[in-house]
Design a protein around this ligand. Structure first.
Ligand SMILES: Nc1ncnc2c1ncn2[C@@H]1O[C@H](COP(=O)(O)OP(=O)(O)OP(=O)(O)O)[C@@H](O)[C@H]1O
Length: 602
């Protein structure tokens, strides 16, 4: 079931700014130049009313109709307006470029971070929410750059330029206008308090919507077979509705508070300034000043309105940025710190392992085991006895709380990741095939030749199958390998593991989905590896590991028995003996059932 996504609900502005600066770091110089040019644009814009004042005072009111000078002033005012717009346009284009590239970098960083997170993270992560983090949230950061920051930066500079120009003309009148700034801040503060919960809720619910979709699509077979489609649709509709409500609350805050309050402020300001002028003696000189002030007021009010109107967007983007940052702060396992370590023989040694999942009880206790290079070891035990967990520790997906794992005498934790992954192969319980060709599914992006791919497929007894597909090895297998059967998937996964020429091969129930004939093929393939590759295989189907040099029986997370098949069968009333007996009875029973079915099928 879905967990509500609360990551980033404690959005702090500095988180967002920190993230932005980090993503834009390679283009720091461009950003600084952009800032500088915006300053120039603000300066040019502030010049306009001052030139207008001069035109009124020195020419119109003084009745000095010096045409070249007047044309010069008008031309200069027009040139300033044109140049400031042009500079601003160029900077907007520059900012948009920086934003696009930064988001690209950020998205790559987030994805590569996610790819390297420890498996424990994925035990609590929800796919849809993670996807939302990498796509929607990084996109919101783009908006933060392009619209919000640009508009805010540009508007702030225009306000600043106008205030400086007004102070130069008449500092007392300037003070009246400046009163507008704290008043706007107050309005923004109220607006934020009113709308912040709605903004956060809307974002969290959107991520929930993604998560529900991803979950439903991934589990479609279960969902449809359980007739759960109407319930899922209902739940989806409810979340969708809640999201709409949250958005409406946010827009209402905008419509009822933000814009009307700011417009009112604007009117109050103009009235105050005109009243201030009314109190003075109206001379010719003052008319030019009045014109300049009214022009500056619009150059302060409009940007302030722009800034405040961006606040809604800013909040959303900040929530998104905080979520991305939270994800980036998820710690990655320390990479193996001994570059000289490498795996050549494939000897394994487990000393006193103890392990529990996060906040859970011990799943494995006191596991000590020695596996010689090239040996074949089977791990068996009842459901939930800890077999897969033991494998996960060997695969370094989790770290044991106590004890150590040594490969070729070196601490597993110290072996560099590339050396470790290159030396091991895994055939998991539920092999996942990519939406790619059979060839790509075996190569998995590794530098493996065609001959090696085919050799691996032959070794895994899957070559004939792949060669017989409509486009041979180039046939697309469909997302999750939807075009091949579960058993075939396991064989392809086996080929994938063998293609890397591993020193150690791990198999997790690799024969669970295949028929007895194919199991025999796999057993043959494993036999071929004897002495060359260390094989650690978990098997429910005990026939798969019958030939193992050593079979380890787990019972409630403890090592209960070990030895080869004969030795374990000799333990009277032993766990292994009981498991084998139980399985023989089951297969006899299913043989009987098949025989009963046969006449009716014939
Ligand atoms: N990711 C996880 N988070 C928390 N507990 C887990 C996790 N995976 C497994 N467990 C618990 O650890 C115990 C051992 O599980 P594990 O999958 O290792 O058993 P197993 O012997 O491989 O079982 P099976 O034969 O059914 O695959 C179980 O009680 C299980 O509930």
């Amino acid at each position: 079931m879905q967990a509500e996504d609360k990551t980033g609900s404690d959005a702090r502005p500095w988180d967002a700014v920190g993230l932005l600066l980090q993503a834009a770091r390679p283009e720091k110089r461009k950003l600084l130049w952009g800032l500088l040019w915006l300053l120039v644009a603000a300066g040019l814009e502030a010049l306009g009313p001052a030139l207008g004042k001069r035109f009124i005072d020195e020419h119109l009111l003084a009745r000095q109709f010096d045409v070249p000078a007047m044309a010069g002033l008008i031309g200069a005012a027009l040139a300033c307006a044109w140049a400031s717009s042009w500079v601003r346009y160029l900077q907007l284009a520059r900012m948009a470029g920086i934003a696009r590239r930064s988001v690209l970098r950020l998205r790559e960083q987030v994805f590569s971070h996610v790819l390297n997170l420890p498996m424990a993270f994925f035990d609590r992560a929800i796919t849809g929410q993670l996807v939302s983090r990498v796509t929607n949230d990084t996109e919101a950061v783009n908006t933060l750059y392009r619209q919000v920051l640009y508009v805010m930066l540009d508007s702030s500079l225009v306000v600043l330029g106008s205030i400086v120009a007004m102070a130069w003309l008449d500092w007392r009148l300037m003070l009246i206008v400046v009163m507008l700034v704290p008043a706007s801040v107050l309005i923004i503060w109220f607006y934020q308090r009113w709308s912040a919960p709605a903004v956060q809720a809307a974002r969290a619910l959107r991520s929930d919507i993604n998560a529900q979709m991803a979950e439903s699509i991934a589990g479609m077979a279960m969902l449809q077979s359980a007739g759960a489609a109407p319930r899922f649709a209902q739940r989806f509709a409810a979340t969708n509705g809640e999201q709409l409500q949250a958005r409406v609350r946010e827009l209402r805050a905008n419509a009822w508070l933000l814009r009307p309050a700011l417009d009112l402020l604007n009117v109050l300001l103009i009235v105050t300034v005109i009243y201030g002028f009314g109190q003075r003696e109206l001379s010719g000189l003052e008319l030019g000043l009045l014109y300049a002030f009214l022009s500056y007021i619009s150059r302060v009010v409009e940007p302030l309105i722009q800034i405040t109107m961006q606040f809604g967007q800013l909040q959303q983007s900040m929530v998104a940025a905080a979520r991305v940052r939270t994800l980036l702060q998820e710690s990655r396992p320390a990479a193996g710190s001994r570059p000289d370590c490498h795996i050549s023989r494939g000897a394994l040694q487990l000393n006193g392992l103890r392990f529990a999942y996060e906040n859970g009880r011990d799943v494995l206790s006191d596991i000590s085991l020695q596996i010689a290079p090239g040996a074949f070891v089977g791990i068996v035990g009842h459901t939930g006895s800890g077999k897969s967990t033991l494998l996960s520790l060997l695969l370094r997906f989790y770290r044991p709380q106590a004890g150590e794992i040594l490969i070729d005498g070196q601490d597993l934790a110290l072996i560099p990741d590339t050396a470790f992954r290159a030396a091991i192969g895994l055939v998991p319980q539920e092999p996942y095939l990519m939406a790619a060709s059979a060839r790509e599914n075996i190569a998995m992006g590794r530098d493996i030749s065609e001959a090696e791919i085919i050799a691996a497929a032959r070794a895994a007894r899957v070559h004939d199958l792949l060669a017989g597909l409509p486009q041979g090895y180039d046939t697309l297998l469909g997302e999750g390998g939807a075009r091949v059967s579960s058993g075939q998937k396991q064989l392809i996964a086996m080929a994938r593991a063998l293609a890397g020429a591993p020193r150690i091969l791990f198999l997790d129930e690799a024969t669970s989905n295949i028929d007895s004939a194919t199991e025999r093929l796999i057993t043959e393939a494993l036999r071929e590896l004897h002495g060359r590759v260390t094989v650690v295989a978990i098997a429910h189907r005990l026939s798969t590991i019958r030939e193992a040099n050593q079979i380890v029986v787990l019972n409630h997370g403890r090592l209960a028995e070990r030895g080869d098949h004969e030795a374990l069968m000799a333990i009277e009333g032993g766990l292994y003996q009981r498991l084998v007996t139980l399985q023989s009875l089951q297969s006899l029973q299913s043989d009987d059932e098949n025989e009963e079915l046969e006449p009716s099928q014939a």
